[in-house]
Design a binder for this molecule. Structure first.
Ligand code: NAP
Length: 323
C-alpha cells in the first residue's frame, strides 16, 4: 500500500499515510518563531486558505495560540492535524506524561495527531545543554520512547515520531522491541542540505510496514535569517523554473519537497506567503531532476547544529560546513 495518497499522473500527493492508517496533509504551516500574537491570525488565515496541518512544539511557546485559532475557526477539530513536540529536558520517562499533559492544556485539546521527540538528545531536568546533557539517555532514548508509546495507548497521541535523528540513531532506536514504530522523522531538509540518503533510508530501509515518513523542516532554508533564504529563492534553477512554470520561487521549492516524497512545513506569518506556500504542483521531470541535481551538488550547509553547546556530536556527519 503506497504511503503517498491522492497523487495522480499530473498532481502531487495531498496526504501521506501513517503506519496507524491516519492521513497527514502533505503541506503544514510551521510555527517556529511565530510570536503568539501573530500566530493566531496567521493560523486562522491558513485555515481559511485550506491548510489542515500545523506544526508547533512545547518549546515554541505558541501552543496556546494554535488552540485558540482552532477554537475560533469553523473547521472541525477532526479535520485538522496538530503536531507538537517533547522538549529535551523532559526525556526522563516519568516526565513525559506530565509535560505532554501541559501541551494538551496549552492547546486546549484532548488529543494531538502527532507527538514528536524534538531531538534525540536528553538534557537533565531544568537544564539546557552543555555539561547537563544526559549522555546515556541520549545514546539510548528507548525509555523515553516507551513513555511516548503509553500516550498512544491512552488515545491522546494518535501517532508518535522523532525529529532530528540521523540514520544511525533512528536504526538503533528501531532495533528495540517497540510496540509503536515512529511514524515520522522530522529533519532539516532544503536546497543546501537535501539529505537524499535519509529519504532513501526512510522509504527502503524499514519497508512499507514500518516505513518512516520524512518531514522537511526549514524547507526554504529560512530558519536563521535572510541570508540562506534569499540564496535559495534566487538560486538560478529555482528562479528559472519559477519563470518557466508561472510559479513563485517558494512554490517551486515546496513542490520539489513534496515530489521528493517528504511532507513540507513552511513557516510564514505573512498572509500572501501563507497562501502561496500551499499551492504545490507536480514539476515536469526535467525540472525536478535539474533542481535535485543542483541541490545535491551544492556544498552542504546545516543551518542548526547544537553539537558544540550540547557537548556531543548530534548528527555525526564529520565534514559538514558549519555556518
Ligand atoms: N524539529 C525541529 O527541530 C525544527 C526546527 C526548525 C523548524 N521546524 C519546523 O519547520 C518549520 C519551518 O522551518 P523554519 O521556520 O525554520 O524555516 P523556513 O520555513 O524555511 O523559513 C521561514 C522563513 O521564510 C519566510 N518565508 C516563508 N514563505 C516564504 C515565501 N514563499 N517566500 C519568501 N519567504 C518566505 C518566512 O517569513 P515570514 O514569516 O515573514 O513570511 C520566514 O522568515 C518551523 O516553523 C517548525 O514548525 C522544526
Amino acid at each position: 500500500m503506497s504511503r503517498q495518497v491522492g497523487a495522480t499522473a499530473t498532481s502531487l500527493p495531498t496526504h501521506f499515510r501513517m503506519t496507524s492508517g491516519d492521513l497527514m496533509p502533505s503541506v503544514a504551516l510551521g510555527l517556529y518563531q511565530s510570536l503568539p500574537e501573530e500566530a493566531v491570525d496567521a493560523i486562522k488565515l491558513a485555515l481559511k486558505a485550506g491548510y489542515r496541518h500545523f506544526d508547533t512544539a512545547w518549546v515554541y511557546g505558541n501552543e496556546s495560540a494554535l488552540g485558540q485559532a482552532i477554537r475560533e475557526s469553523d473547521v472541525p477539530r477532526n479535520e485538522i492535524w496538530v503536531t507538537t513536540k517533547l522538549w529535551n529536558t523532559f526525556h526522563a520517562p516519568e516526565d513525559v506524561e506530565p509535560i505532554f499533559n501541559e501541551s494538551l492544556k496549552n492547546l486546549g485539546l484532548d488529543y494531538v495527531d502527532l507527538y514528536l521527540m524534538h531531538w534525540p538528545i536528553a538534557h537533565k531536568r531544568g537544564s539546557f545543554g552543555g555539561t547537563t546533557t544526559n549522555h546515556e539517555l541520549s545514546e539510548d532514548p528507548f525509555p523515553t520512547w516507551q513513555a511516548m508509546e503509553r500516550l498512544v495507548e491512552s488515545g491522546r497521541a494518535r501517532n508518535i515520531g522523532v525529529s532530528n535523528f540521523n540514520i544511525r540513531r533512528l536504526a538503533k532506536l528501531m532495533s528495540n522491541p517497540m510496540k509503536v514504530t515512529p511514524a515520522i522523522n522530522q529533519v532539516e531538509i532544503h536546497l543546501f542540505n537535501p539529505q537524499p540518503e535519509m529519504i532513501k533510508a526512510s522509504h527502503f530501509m524499514w519497508g512499507e510496514e514500518h516505513g518512516v515518513v520524512i518531514q522537511a523542516w526549514g524547507p526554504l532554508s529560512g530558519s536563521v535569517g535572510r541570508l540562506m533564504l534569499d540564496k535559495a529563492l534566487s538560486a538560478p534553477e529555482i528562479k528559472e523554473s519559477a519563470e518557466e512554470l508561472g510559479l513563485t520561487p517558494g512554490q517551486v521549492i515546496m513542490s520539489w519537497h513534496v515530489q521528493r516524497g517528504t511532507v513540507v512545513l513552511p513557516k510564514s506569518v505573512t498572509p500572501s506567503r501563507i497562501i502561496e506556500n500551499l499551492h504545490v504542483v507536480k514539476l515536469p521531470d526535467a525540472i525536478f531532476e535539474k533542481i535535485e541535481k543542483a541541490a545535491t551538488s551544492y556544498p552542504r550547509v546545516r543551518l542548526f547544529d547544537p553539537s558544540r553547546s550540547w557537548g556531543l556530536d548530534v548528527f555525526e556527519e564529520g565534514t559538514y560546513q558549519r555556518r
